[in-house]
Design a protein around this ligand. Structure first.
Ligand code: HEC
Length: 172
């Protein structure tokens, strides 16, 4: 998810709030809790991460309950995106872009799961559960070991295999 789409959703919420006063009464006001559910960004350095923690093994059980139906056992072979594997494939004729092979920052995983997953009910997981699921997705990518416990300090310290695969092309 790009920065522009994150700030885009914040702007949309603002417009929606302003428009309600002038609208013909259609729709419904955005509640404070709905705004809080979206109004956060976790940066690569870990700023924005909440308190809490979770282990990869806790994440395995949560994954079986909330994620496996779409992403498959061990994050592969499901009906939706493959979450694991593809390491070393990016420069081949058949690149497999997964969290493990492609994403440059581990913190993005926390932000993404918190914002968008489970697909049918985003916003329902607690910070502890999201840390655990993040740890599990990193574990199935062999980036952390099975005893990993992640929190606001440990997660930004995780180095992703493709951390150096992106270049900053912007010239101010
Ligand atoms: C109902 C199906 C469904 C469930 C359940 C679900 N997902 Fe997803 N997931 C998707 C779909 C569809 C996408 C692709 C969304 C897109 O590209 O906009 C996705 C994308 C993702 C991605 C990004 C993959 C990438 O490389 O871009 C992650 C990470 C992820 N899901 C994690 C989870 C986790 C963790 C859970 C459980 C808490 C979960 N998902 C539950 C359907 C699901």
């Amino acid at each position: 998810m790009s920065m522009s789409s994150i700030s885009g959703s914040a702007i949309l919420l603002c417009i929606a709030t302003t428009a309600i006063a002038e609208s013909p009464g259609l729709g419904e006001p955005v509640s404070q809790s709905e705004i809080e559910q979206l109004d956060f960004v976790v940066m690569p350095d870990g700023s924005g991460l909440p308190a809490g923690s979770g282990t990869a093994m806790e994440g395995q059980a949560l994954f079986a309950t909330h994620c496996i139906a779409c992403h498959g056992e061990d994050g592969t072979g499901g009906i939706n995106d493959r979450l694991a594997g593809g390491h070393g494939s990016l420069a081949t004729d058949a690149p497999a872009k997964t969290v493990g092979s492609y994403w440059p920052y581990a913190t993005t995983l926390f932000d993404y799961i918190r914002r968008a997953m489970p697909y049918q009910s985003p916003g329902t997981l607690t910070p502890d559960e999201i840390y655990a699921l993040t740890a599990y997705v990193l574990f199935i990518n062999e980036i952390v070991d099975e005893n990993a416990e992640l929190d606001a300090e440990a997660l930004p310290a995780v180095r992703m295999p493709n951390a150096d695969g992106f270049t900053w092309d912007y010239q101010p």
